[in-house]
Design a protein around this ligand. Sequence first.
Ligand code: NAI
Length: 273
Amino acid sequence: MSNNLLAGKVGIISGALDERSIAWKVALKAHEQGARFVLTNAPLAMRLGEINGLAEQCGATIIPADATSMEDLEKLFSGAQEQLGGKLDFVLHSIGMSNNIRKGKAYGDLNYEWFQKTIDVSAMSLHKMLAVAEKQDAFNEWGSVVALSYIAAQRAFLDYTDMTQAKAMLESIARSYGQRLGKLKKVRVNTLSQSPTKTSAGTGISGFDAFYDFADKMSPLGNAPAEACADFCIALFSDLTRYVTMQNLMHDGGFSTTGISQEMADLMVKANS
Ligand code: NAI
């Protein structure tokens, strides 16, 4: 159902790889709510071609960009403003990648070149995007930036290896840049910390099914699905959240503030009997 929450707003949505991607759902909902936007992803991901169907559905243009490349990001932000006919109102950063996770490296045996790549792709890319946007004066006043994070930024989850540090840095960049862009352009910058979600990035983590079920059983509302995450992104892009900035917002069904749930307690009792 559309309330035209984003009518007249324009932006950039990164990270839609396939139908399971959180960014994919954000794009569909942003379109439904009246926004116009450019879709972007790494040139390599683009070759899979699925994003073309999404672009058609949303009437969006695609501008490929490796989020670690300043040159690509400069073309992305200038190209988006050209395509959309003016400055931007929203940006979704939905980008994460760790070769250490992909190759199943243990936390004590990380490849440091990959570690640096993880930080560059998954965290520093947010800084690069915002630095390019600032230099191009690409935002309208009261714009909104959302980057997707995970609770491993605050709590230890060993299988999340180097992405743990990347998410902590991502959240920190959102605070620092939120302060800067708030003063400069009244633009807000937040991270949204999402429940485990069955996407390409999510299911690449070893033991994902166990952590998905654990979080689901611990959360009074259950794990937040990708569609609900997209709804929250839309709310954060809309004018209804104009004074929310520099926050890490939990979107996790109550997981982060639960000690133990009845389901988990029952399982422990069963295991011990
Ligand atoms: P996804 O795999 O669909 O999306 C990740 C995206 O990052 C892909 O589209 C990929 O092509 C893009 N990407 C990778 N390297 C890139 C680069 N160099 N330049 C530009 N784009 C690049 O998976 P998902 O789950 O939708 O991930 C989106 C965000 O949500 C990520 O930041 C992820 O860490 C975060 N998140 C995911 C959770 C999950 O359980 N799936 C939980 C909490 C946060």
